[in-house]
Each structure stands twice: as structure tokens, then as C-alpha cells.
Design a protein around this ligand. Structure first.
Ligand SMILES: NC(=O)c1ccc[n+]([C@@H]2O[C@H](COP(=O)([O-])OP(=O)(O)OC[C@H]3O[C@@H](n4cnc5c(N)ncnc54)[C@H](OP(=O)(O)O)[C@@H]3O)[C@@H](O)[C@H]2O)c1
Length: 241
């Protein structure tokens, strides 16, 4: 049996939860491709990690650009020929941006949170299949859970970012679709919720650190053959869709 390190790709990994997932995976011995729109930001993030001896490499990736996604898939094919774990982490929430029209909020959010994961997943499937143990983790949010939202006593029942919530519900739907579609290729696909986390996205208001938020994503990126597919979970276990 091969003892090569796990090769993982994380989108939106130059900061926040994505960087914490990349760091945590590298600390567990994975070779991590750190996806970033701006390569110089990725270089800066990776420099500190390399000083720790971690195997991290910044790669240019705008998940909403077919050209960017295709270029990266070709590079991974040439350099490695496989990919073990893909974490669709890049995401935005612009519901409260007063400079945007409603149409712009919808278009931007759906582009990054839904189109991006589709483009990236489709481009990486042949590499994940070549791995023989492909794993896809979609970074979603419990704010999108219809089951939780149906409970008026739920802690976030009054929370309202309708476009963001709809985008993550769409991402959860994709998790189920891809899990079914990719099962025969040995690829497991799951959604996770990192919890309310202090990052730029929340103006650092969350009550969790990025390192805490990364734990569940790392667990699902490294699932063994007995692990689930087509599920939605956080640190405490399965979440209702
Ligand atoms: N923070 C929370 O409380 C929380 C809770 C539940 C779920 N989540 C989810 O967790 C994920 C990470 O969130 P975060 O809090 O770490 O956010 P963040 O600090 O704002 O980081 C978002 C990352 O996504 C990247 N990104 C944005 N658009 C992109 C695109 N088109 N292509 C590639 N990368 C792009 C950003 O790159 P730039 O630096 O270039 O902008 C950045 O690296 C998101 O999917 C978010 O919805 C967060």
C-alpha cells in the first residue's frame, strides 16, 4: 500500500477558516495546495507555515473563473496526476453590503458560493478519481439548515441573511447530488458547518477561532473508507438538511 502523503486543495485559503484548514491538514502530514486569488497573499501565508516545516504551496485560484480553475487542474495533473481532498471553502456573504443592489448581491453570492464549487468540483473529479480515495468537503453553514430553521426556539431562528442562506442551501443540495453521482468513483462528498467564527467575514464577531472551525473540515477531508458520504455535520455530529 502506498505511503505517499495526502494531497489536498483548499479554495480561499489565504486567510480565515480556509487558512486554518490548510494549516491543520499540513500539520497532519498532508501536502497542501493553498488556493488564493492573489498569489502574493498566498505566498505570505505559506511562508510562515513553511518555516514550521509544513508542505504548503500557494496556487492561484479564482473559483468563479473557468480559465483559472482549468489552469489549476492542468497544473495538478502535470505535477501530481491525482488529488486526494478538495475543500470548497471560498465563500462570501454580502447581504448587508449597502453599496450593492439586491441583484448584485444575489449574483455575486451565487457566483462564489454555488458556481465556484461546481466549476472546481467538476474540474477536479478526474484527479480525485485517480486518487482512489477522493474526498470533497463543502464548507456550508447551519444557517442554511431547513430542519433547524423550522424550530422557532433555535438560537439563530431570527438570523436573516436570505441570499447567503439560500446559497448555502444550494451548496447542500449539490453535496447530495455529487455524493450520489460520485459514489461509484470512490469519492465521498459531505457538507460541514464550521460554526460562528471570528474572521474577516464576520468582522471578527464569531465566538470560535479559525483553528476550532477547521477541525470538522479536516476530519471530513481525511475520512477513511468507512466514512460517510452525502451528510451535513458540525463538531457535534450530523445536522438536519
Ligand atoms: N466565519 C463564519 O462564522 C462562518 C460560518 C459558517 C460558514 N462559513 C463559511 O466558511 C468559509 C470561509 O469563511 P471565512 O469566515 O474564513 O471567510 P473570509 O475570512 O472572508 O475568507 C474567505 C476566503 O474566500 C476567498 N474568496 C472569496 N471569493 C473567492 C473567489 N471567487 N475565488 C477564490 N477565493 C475566493 C477569499 O479570498 P480573498 O482574500 O482574495 O478575498 C478568502 O480567502 C465560507 O464559505 C463561509 O461562508 C463561515
Amino acid at each position: 500500500m502506498s505511503t505517499r502523503p495526502i494531497l489536498a486543495l483548499i479554495s480561499g485559503a489565504n486567510r480565515g477558516i480556509g487558512l486554518a484548514i490548510a494549516t491543520g491538514l499540513a500539520r497532519q502530514g498532508a501536502h497542501v495546495l493553498v488556493g488564493c486569488r492573489d498569489l502574493s497573499k498566498g505566498e505570505t501565508a505559506c511562508k510562515a507555515l513553511r518555516a514550521e516545516g509544513l508542505q504548503v504551496r500557494p496556487v492561484e485560484l479564482d473559483t468563479t473563473s473557468t480559465a483559472s480553475v482549468t489552469r489549476l487542474a492542468e497544473r495538478i495533473q502535470q505535477s501530481y496526476g491525482y488529488l486526494d481532498s478538495l475543500v470548497n471553502n471560498a465563500g462570501i456573504g454580502v447581504d448587508d453590503d449597502p453599496t450593492l443592489t439586491t441583484a448584485d448581491r444575489l449574483q455575486r453570492t451565487m457566483s462564489v458560493n454555488v458556481l465556484g464549487p461546481i466549476l472546481l468540483t467538476d474540474a477536479m473529479v478526474p484527479l480525485l478519481e485517480a486518487s482512489g480515495r477522493g474526498r470533497i468537503v463543502n464548507v456550508s453553514s447551519e444557517l442554511a439548515s431547513f430542519g433547524l430553521r423550522a424550530d422557532p426556539d433555535w438560537a439563530f431562528a431570527d438570523f436573516a441573511m436570505p441570499i447567503y442562506q439560500a446559497s448555502k442551501a444550494a451548496l447542500n443540495s449539490l453535496t447530495l447530488s455529487y455524493a450520489r453521482q460520485l459514489r461509484d468513483k470512490g469519492i465521498k462528498v459531505n457538507s460541514i458547518c464550521p460554526g460562528y467564527t471570528a474572521t474577516e467575514a464576520t468582522n471578527y464577531a464569531g465566538n470560535r477561532t479559525p483553528d476550532q472551525a477547521a477541525v470538522v473540515a479536516i476530519r471530513y477531508a481525511l475520512l477513511n473508507g468507512d466514512g460517510p458520504t452525502g451528510t451535513f455535520a458540525n463538531d457535534h455530529g450530523e445536522l438536519p438538511w
